[in-house]
Design a protein around this ligand. Structure first.
Ligand SMILES: [Zn+2]
Length: 548
């Protein structure tokens, strides 16, 4: 946790000379170099202090920033390290004080500072269900959560759960940081007597409440850092609850593992789920939706300019992360170094507009006869890749998603064959490391976009459509290549080994949308056509007539 702004899974490593903060990306495996990355490090003399947070939830580490000139207030950086269990916190503190890490020992506080107790006392007095003599039984930090009540869903980042004999309260986290003036305040509270059931699945805990007086149900889904942490929370709830009701507390294990709570949108691909996209995301019922069924007979053939692809033969800049988003597997092209990224122009795109790569992802089926989103001449391919490009005039994807000329997506079909496609090797071999939802890994070998394109990009279909996932913004110029790229059965099966948090991640394609009044175009260069259009080179200025 850095400056109360970011949370990530990681490790704190202390040596006699340095303090390291490492970030965990992807699935932990045998080779730490594949999942452990250095976030930052300091020499040990910059360590100001280490202190314990209440209920052995972890430690706070304060470090001096090297750049003091800027602003004296910002001269320290604080990491709140939520440890996996209480024993670990204890072991960590014992280690730093027992072992001769002298410079560190002097800066370690083994007792929990007094201001934590007074802060929590202040909080309790503000709880509606607080009863005299109530004391805090547990303070548990959780990394993210989702609260559902009165038809609203509230997403939470790192926050604290305070449990007393009569109250369960979700509070902010900032008050744990020393020097922070913020007192703990209650984001949501429930009386212990309203709790009707507890479910837990791995490190996620669901608390179900019913307020019988007003007939209101409420659910809290809290994601902790470890299974152990969840068990400690359940234990601290159990005894006051059982005392209240004189029956054992119902604790269901993995009854309903919802798609884990991630910051972002919820949507599913089952028939029923797709039906409710429209309800939750109004744009999905628009008139220019994607995907559609394309046909060579119904498309207008035009001698369009070629699609120019620039930088497609260069390796995408490192580090490249492969991520299982739960809806797809995504390769994000980040541009920390502000290098020029591969981009496209020409074709049916607005003249003078360049579109830069943002990310690419895939849609595939559970069976070989389905998977692609678009259909071409009645064929549904087993997989379709989307290379999403953003108009360079917009600074980022979400900004570009607000404008009609915001995005261009290249659609590439895959066709099964016996032999592996060597160009997919890098991606496919790393899929094994992102089987769980939200897993990410640094791609082990570099890739070029050119290696993922079909041999022939001279012919393409183009039409105006939308994102094929919620919120379905109608801002996409689609360019679909009819020539498929090969993929082997073994390779495709690796995609099917991914999980969406509940089931196999597959059949992640949207149902076909109406073409409506739209026209679809196909670039062809036969002499007859060229003669027909008198050698006219089409560009956006003279294409306006044909889009509508
Ligand atoms: Zn897509």
């Amino acid at each position: 946790m850095q400056n109360a702004t970011e949370t990530f899974p990681g490790c704190l490593v202390l040596s006699t000379s340095k303090v390291y903060v490492l970030r965990i990306i992807g699935k932990e495996g045998e080779d730490p170099q594949r999942w452990l990355f250095e976030e930052c490090s300091w020499t040990i003399d910059r360590l100001r202090r280490i202190l314990q947070i209440p209920f052995k939830q972890g430690v706070l580490v304060e470090l001096e920033q090297s750049n003091k000139t800027h602003d004296e207030l910002n001269s320290t950086i604080t990491f709140l390290c939520v440890l996996q269990d209480l024993q670990r916190t204890l072991n960590f503190l014992l280690y730093v004080t027992d072992i001769l890490l002298l410079p560190i020992c002097e800066k370690t506080e083994l007792t929990v500072p007094e201001y934590y107790t007074s802060s929590m006392h202040h909080l309790l007095k503000n709880c509606k269900s607080y009863q005299d003599g109530d004391t805090v039984r547990q303070l548990a930090l959780f990394s993210s959560g989702l609260l559902r009540y009165e038809d609203v869903e509230v997403q939470l980042k790192l926050s604290s759960l305070i449990i007393t004999t009569s109250v369960l309260a979700i509070c902010n986290m900032q008050w744990l940081l020393p020097g922070n003036k913020e007192l703990p305040y209650i984001k949501r509270e429930q009386a212990m007597s309203n709790l009707i059931g507890v479910e837990h699945c791995r490190s996620s805990l669901t608390l179900n409440f019913l307020d019988e007086l007003i007939g209101q149900e409420e659910t809290w889904v809290l994601n902790f850092v470890s299974v152990n942490a969840v068990e400690v929370v359940i234990t601290s709830i159990r005894s006051p609850w059982e005392e209240l009701f004189s029956v054992p507390l119902q604790d269901t294990v993995c009854k309903s593992q919802d798609i884990p709570i991630i910051a972002g949108r919820h949507f599913g691909y089952s028939k029923r789920d797709q039906h409710i996209w429209v309800k939750n995301f109004k744009l999905c019922s628009g008139k220019l939706q994607s995907p559609i069924s394309l046909s060579s007979f119904k498309s207008v053939a035009l001698p369009l300019p070629a699609l120019e692809v620039i930088g497609y033969h260069d390796f995408l800049p490192n580090p490249l992360y492969l991520k299982n988003s739960g809806h797809s597997v995504v390769i994000n092209v980040n541009n920390h170094l502000r290098k020029e990224l591969p981009y496209i122009f020409g074709g049916s795109l607005d003249a003078n507009q360049e579109y830069e790569i943002d990310h690419l992802h895939f849609h595939w089926g559970a069976k070989n006869n389905r998977g692609s989103e678009h259909i071409l001449n009645g064929i549904r391919y087993p997989m379709e890749m989307h290379i999403v490009h953003r108009n360079k005039i917009y600074s980022n994807l979400s900004n570009a998603s607000n404008y009609k000329n915001g995005l261009v997506v290249l659609g590439i079909f895959f066709q099964l064959q016996e032999e592996d496609n060597e160009s997919l090797h890098s991606i496919v071999s790393d899929l094994m490391c992102v089987q769980g939802i939200n897993r990410a890994i640094k791609l082990s070998s570099p890739i070029t976009l050119a290696s993922l394109l079909p041999k022939n990009i001279d012919i393409f279909y183009t039409y105006k459509g939308s994102l094929t996932t919620p919120p379905c913004n109608e801002v996409v110029t689609w360019i679909i290549f009819p020539t498929p790229v090969p993929i082997s059965f073994t390779q495709l099966n690796k995609f099917r080994s991914l999980s969406n948090g509940k089931d196999m991640l597959a059949d992640n394609f949207r149902k076909l949308q109406n073409i409506g009044l739209r026209k679809t175009y196909v670039r062809r260069l036969n002499p007859l056509l060229i003669a027909k259009y008198n050698g006219t080179i089409f560009n956006a200025e003279n294409l306006d007539w044909f889009w509508h």
